[in-house]
Ligand binder design. Sequence first.
Ligand SMILES: [Zn+2]
Ligand SMILES: [Zn+2]
Length: 330
Amino acid sequence: MAAVSCPECGQPAHAEDRFCESCGLSLLLRRTPEGGPQGARRSTCVSCAGRVDAEGFCERCGRAQPAPRDRMEFDFGVVAGVSDRGRARVRNEDSMACAVVGPESAPAAVVVVVCDGVGSTERADQAAQTAVDAALARIVDCLQAGKDPYESTVDGSAAAFEAVELLAEPTSPDLAPSCTLVSAVATEEGVTVGWIGDSRAYWLAGADSRQLTTDDTLHAQLVAAGLSDEEASAEANAHALARWVGADAEPGLPHVVGVPPDEPGTLVVCSDGLWNYLPTAESIAARASGSPARVAAELTAAALELGGGDNITVVAVPYPFHSRRSAGDE
Ligand SMILES: [Zn+2]
Ligand SMILES: [Zn+2]
């Protein structure tokens, strides 16, 4: 019999309980908070370990401490993620959201959304956050209403479009914040990945490791059509986004691919801050081992070591996730 406890108050609960009897928390859905998984405010300085005051400055050396958005982390056991500002950008314009649907002892679905604010637009961070929140909420609603992962993925993308469009300033179309979108729904029927833009999903499975997504760029389309990397790169604007989410974008269906349920592996969903440095599934797989939290942290650390030129977001989901239950659950 599975032993579970309420993640909020710690009281024991039965595996089939829908709500915690002590505090009322829903035990059938754990998700990152709307607005982003904010890292806890630091109490000690990142550089000298001095005490940090209420305004976020070190009392000893005066250094401003990184804002929670600069480094976001979450760990639900079956899925974990890290989003980091990197070394070159002034703010983190990526965001991520995640939900685990079903009882903690036997999740029915893991849902992940990663968005990367398009750097040339105002409020790109807001676009990314709005999109992950809208897509995650819609995908979870759809799954709980009995829709299949494909429909849920398509609806989630539509919800992101609707929400991000509302951020545009009607008087100046240039001020239409926009972002990329990649989502993943893992259930016992397999993994369904949907995307618009150049944030990616990879499947890490030894010799069968591969990139699941194809970037919405001219470069990727030319390579898919048979050109070499060099030939494709020679085209003007080869790496410019062909599709994105925003009021100034053509709405349309996301690309969708699946991984069958009988293929064990680890799903990695990421922004280009990771794949700029580790572009191939093999190069990512070589640095991904251990728990999802470790995979996300180590891949982020690798991108930082290699330059950290962009915001970096990495979410990892080992599959099938049921086998990740801790020993002794029987
Ligand atoms: Zn509780
Ligand atoms: Zn200090």
